[in-house]
Design a protein around this ligand. Structure first.
Ligand code: NCD
Length: 315
């Protein structure tokens, strides 16, 4: 594996290798060793042409914990905002000797384009391309689900996950449907008809318009942000109506199984898709998703840049 562009390119065995490596790396960061020498002398460039908090700092922390040198590069303040093409940006990164580029871009397919054109020789990691995919987020979500509900096995057989909300604009939903189903979980998408993409019938999951009927059935519920910045038309009457039918509030949370967990990739619209009470509740694993994100991104960099992986229990 050289690049991580899309979950669609991964086999179950490859995904499991990344998750197992993350499990091992998490043990080292929980313990005494904060930093591993694995990527000493390697250069990783964070190329963020779209806003990000969690993903950018998470990749930065991951690279630093593996002793790599990190160069942060965001659209604002760089020549991307002067209209420099992806090609010229890539040639610059190549000239600087980047071993890997972590790219977030508003255009679906941007990461693929960088990898296909061989403008640079390093690994390309997709950190979110338009509404297409966000593979590292799906891997950290699967890691979190596996930790809580994996029933001891390495796959997610028998686990039922609901993904709720703005599926239409969500690269997180696309990557998660592919990965969770690849690992054996059952996925149900819940959204108003206007926020489900055309062709969703062909995805490896089921879908429903009725949140209340799905909640008692699932082991994990992943709430998605309403992505107003990508909405060019009216997809629901008003925020209050949206919350009424598709928001996760305390009353709805009580209908979940006792062991079910609540997830959100962030950033949250508190009071819209999720109430503050739910976000801060004992069932919420939202901040844990953020910490797991560092271990999972360390694992991605480890596997791509060293060509090897770690077995659970090997460190
Ligand atoms: C997501 C993204 O950027 O796709 N956030 C993230 O990476 N944690 C989801 C979102 O923006 O709603």
């Amino acid at each position: 594996m050289k690049h991580l562009l899309s979950i669609a390119d991964l086999s179950a065995a490859e995904a499991t290798k990344i998750l197992d490596t993350a499990t091992e790396l998490a043990r080292t960061s929980d313990g005494q060793i904060k930093k591993l020498p694995t990527l000493r002398g390697r250069t990783i460039v964070n190329l963020f042409a779209e806003d990000s908090t969690r993903t950018r700092i998470s990749f930065e922390a991951a690279a630093k914990r593996l002793s790599a040198d990190v160069i942060n590069f965001s659209a604002k303040g760089s020549s991307i905002s002067k209209g420099e093409s992806l090609k010229d940006t890539a040639l610059t990164l190549q000239a600087m000797g980047a071993d890997a580029v972590v790219i977030r871009h508003g255009a679906s397919g941007a990461a693929q384009r960088l990898a296909d054109n061989e403008w640079m020789s390093g690994s390309v990691i997709n950190a979110g391309d338009g509404t297409h995919e966000h593979p590292s987020q799906a891997l950290l979500d699967a890691f979190t689900i596996r930790k809580h509900l994996g029933k001891g096995s390495s796959d997610l057989q028998g686990v039922h996950v609901a993904i709720v909300g703005d599926i239409l604009h969500s690269r997180v939903a696309r990557s998660n449907v592919l990965l969770l189903s690849l690992l054996g979980a059952k996925v149900t998408l819940v959204a108003p008809p206007t926020l489900l993409p055309i062709g969703v019938e062909t995805w490896p999951c089921t879908f429903s318009y009725d949140l209340d009927s799905v909640l008692p059935l699932v082991d994990a519920v992943m709430m998605l942000r309403v992505q107003q910045e990508r909405m060019t038309e009216l997809f629901f009457p008003n925020p209050r109506e949206y919350s009424r039918y598709y928001g996760l509030n305390a009353e709805r949370m009580r209908t979940l199984k006792k062991t079910a967990i609540v997830m959100h990739p962030g950033p949250m619209n508190r009071g819209l898709e999720i109430s503050a009470e739910v976000a801060d509740s004992a069932r919420s694993v939202i901040t844990e998703q953020v910490s797991n994100g560092v271990s999972v991104r360390m694992a991605i960099l480890f596997v791509l840049l060293t060509g090897s992986h770690l077995e659970v229990g090997s460190m």
